[in-house]
Every structure is written in C-alpha cells, then in structure tokens.
Design a protein around this ligand. Structure first.
Ligand code: PMP
Length: 426
C-alpha cells in the first residue's frame, strides 16, 4: 500500500485534517482489491468494518515487540504488555467520555457485555412480576439475554413498539415506564433500520423513575462521538470489529458504583485477590469481570482504531456519511420496485430495502458478482422483519470511507438485478 505523507501523519501523529475520502481510503488496505473482476465496493460495514493500517500495525507490534501475558509478570515484556493493555483501557475511557478507566471492562464484544449486565446486574435484582423494557428494534444480542433472565426470574419482558417509519413510539415508552420497570435495554442505532434513538431523552425519563438503562452502542460507535455521561445511561457496550478495530474485543462501560456492587460474571484467574480451597475474594472492577487471559492484542488494536477515527474527526465523518445516506436514499427510492425499509427522520448511513419479486439473497449474490458487498437476511433482528411483514431485506451499510461513486455502483447493481428478473411492473 502507498501511504502518502498526509495519510501517514494522520495515522501516526494525530493532527487534524480536512476530510478527503480518497486520502482516507488509502489508510484501508482491504478496500483496494477486486472481487469478480470489479473494484470492491464494501457496503457491509454494519456487520464488520475494514481496518486501517494503523490498527494492523498496532496488532503486529504488540505481538512482535511487546508480547507476554499481562498483570502477572515481573519481567519487562510482561510489564510492557500490561502498560499497553492498560493504556488501551484509558483510550477507551476517553473515547466513551467516561470519567474513570475502571469503568471500562474489556469483553469479547457487545454481546458479551450485554450478557454480563443481564446476568450479573439484572438477574439478582429481578423479582417475579418485575418488568424489563426493551424495544422492537433490538438486535438479538440485546433481546435474547433479556428473555433468558426474565424467564429465570419470572419477570416480564415488555417492549417499545416501532412506528411505521422505523422510529420508536415514545408515547408508548412513557406509558410502559412504571414502578414495575426494573431495567431498560435499548439500541442506540438500529443495525437493520439505521434509526438513531433519542437516548438522552429516554435516559432522562428513566432516571426520573430510578430505572437503570443499558445502551447497545455497537452501531453508534462507528458513526458518532460517544459521551456516556452526556447520554445519561448506566451501561454502554461497543464492539471493536464494527469500529474499525479487531474482532473478539469490545468494551462494557458501567457506572462505577453499579459495577462495584455486581458479582463476577465468570470465575478464573486475574479476577481474584485471594483464593483458598473453600472460597475466593474478588478483585475490584474492571478486573473482577475479566477472568482469564484477556484479548491483549485486541484491546491494543481497538485503542488504535478509536484513536484513528478521532483523528479523522467526528464532524467530518458525520457530514460525509450524511451525504452518502442522502444520495443512497434518493438513488434507491427512484428505482421502480425498490422499497426502503426504515425511513426515520434521524438515521445513520444504513439503507435496508426490498426489491419486488426478488429474494434478498439473490440480490446479494448478483451484487457480489458486480463487486458490491451487501448483506441479505433479517440482520439478527427478526422482530423488525416481522413488523414489516418481510422475511428478509437487503442492507447497504456505509462507513466514512465509502464514496458517492460507490452509491452509484449500488444503484446500477440493483438495476442489473431488475434487468435479470424482469420488470416488476409490466
Ligand atoms: N447490537 C447491534 C446493534 C449489532 O449490530 C450487533 C452486531 N451486528 C451486536 C449488537 C452484536 O455485536 P457482536 O456480534 O460484536 O457482539
């Protein structure tokens, strides 16, 4: 890969730059390849994003230069690895707007963070008849764990329904919130619809009733600056692989007083202060929740990713992605037979759609032959598909490295699909 002087300085020195999409693309080696003889158009970012060179460099360097197990060692390599691992936690703290680094627990991803809170925080507090409130637009990761703990505790799972455009019915939220509500868990940005939920307002209303809120930020972290204190939530989870970092690492942020009062989720090494044959004393957070050897390189790579995006600049990212969303929405909506699924006024750059008479898997396969990578299915949010009465949709999800030319390639790809399947309105 050719790294220009400006690109190198953005990757390494942290100086702010005006946004130039072609320059940014040079930082991502994975984008520069052909698929079926066409330049790759990668529009599956909501599933997993490509990685900038600075993340690949960080992974190589922790394994090559500073690799040993963390926390337990007195030798130099172990101390260097520990320093890099803990420095990564500090970067996560800064990136999430948290006040204490002890509030950032390294987990495998958003899924593990949510399960940890469901089982360690909510489960012991839930009594029969209590209610947990989720939404109809949750990823299965933020639905199934709550179904499980509600069943165990004989608590009731309730949900805020969707309006037709894919936003939440906030009047229903107000009426569902009651003394029985013991926990709210909801997504910040929907992976299937792109809807951005009004988290600040939802947390404000929850706080008036003293109800803790977990926010699933898996899709928000790649698109916007997160500030957990400003949002007013109690728990927030992100996944590294969606925010241009490695797979198998994520962060659970939780308020210190809540984490401190929670029992461990898993037992093992690293999470104890003293062990006898009969019992153990547990570490303080975050180590209490990080049993076993952690994903050291993952944490370091995630920190490199978070530093990278903050150097690109959230303002520039938001403006560019807004242009992409507007262009993609217009281009697809203008094609006869295409129906957009999810048209909330406040949306991230995610476009889900159906094409009359063509199964999304066929669309995905034909687009792949044109070099365009999209996702087809229910996007692990089956209740959303049920709400719209469809089995599946095709989803194009954008990142800041996508271009308006790529939007056009998507549009032309859909037209090719329609040509192959015939006119939907003969
Ligand atoms: N929540 C949302 C909104 C998601 O989009 C995803 C991943 N598609 C998850 C949770 C789960 O993330 P992970 O698989 O990284 O745990």
């Amino acid at each position: 890969m050719v790294v220009t002087a400006t690109a190198r300085s953005r990757q390494e020195t942290g100086t702010a730059h005006s946004f130039d999409v072609e320059e940014v693309r040079r930082d991502f080696p994975g984008l520069h390849q052909e698929v079926h003889g066409h330049p790759l158009v990668y529009l599956d970012n909501a599933a997993s994003a490509q990685k900038p060179q600075s993340v690949l460099d960080a992974l190589l360097s922790i394994y090559r230069d500073d690799y040993a197990n963390v926390h337990r060692g007195v030798h130099t390599l172990s101390q260097r690895a520990t320093d890099r691992y803990e420095a990564a936690r500090e970067t996560c703290r800064r990136s999430l707007g948290a006040s204490r680094h002890e509030e950032c627990v390294f987990v495998r991803g958003a899924t593990e963070g949510i399960n940890l809170v469901a089982h360690s925080f909510a489960r012991p507090r839930l009594q029969p008849g209590d209610e947990v409130l989720v939404t109809q637009m949750e990823h299965h990761s933020n639905l199934v764990p709550w179904q499980m703990v509600c069943r165990q505790a004989k608590a009731k799972l309730r949900w805020i329904p969707l309006l037709e455009d894919g936003s939440l019915d906030l009047d229903r939220y107000r009426s569902l919130l009651s003394e029985r509500t013991k926990m709210i868990a909801l997504v910040h940005i929907s992976n299937a619809l792109g809807t951005i939920n009004p988290i600040r307002e939802i947390c404000r209303l929850a706080r008036e009733k003293g109800v803790p809120v977990l926010v699933d930020g898996a899709q928000a972290a790649p698109h916007s600056k997160i500030d957990v204190e400003d949002l007013g939530c109690d728990f927030y989870v992100i996944s590294g692989h969606k925010v241009f970092g490695p797979t198998g690492i994520g962060v659970l942020w939780g308020r210190h007083e809540l984490l401190s009062a929670m029992p461990p989720y898993q037992g093992g090494g690293e999470m104890i202060t003293n062990v006898t044959m009969e019992s153990s004393d547990f570490h303080v957070p975050p180590h209490r929740f990080e049993a076993g050897t952690p994903h050291i390189a993952g944490a370091v790579g995630l920190a490199a990713a978070l530093e990278y995006v903050s150097r690109v600049g959230w303002e520039a990212i938001a403006q560019h992605e807004h242009r992409l969303l507007t262009a993609a929405t217009r281009r697809l909506a203008a094609i006869d037979g295409v129906e957009l699924v999810g048209t909330a006024p406040d949306k991230a750059a995610v476009v889900s759609f159906t094409v009359q008479g063509v199964h999304p898997h066929d669309i995905g396969t034909i687009l792949d032959h044109e070099g365009v990578a999209v996702r087809a299915g229910h996007h692990c949010a089956q209740p959303i598909a049920d709400h719209y009465g469809v089995a599946a949709t095709t989803r194009a999800s954008f990142a800041f490295y996508n271009t308006l030319d790529e939007v056009e390639r998507l549009g032309r790809g859909i037209e090719t699909v329609l040509d192959m399947f015939g006119d939907p309105n003969p």
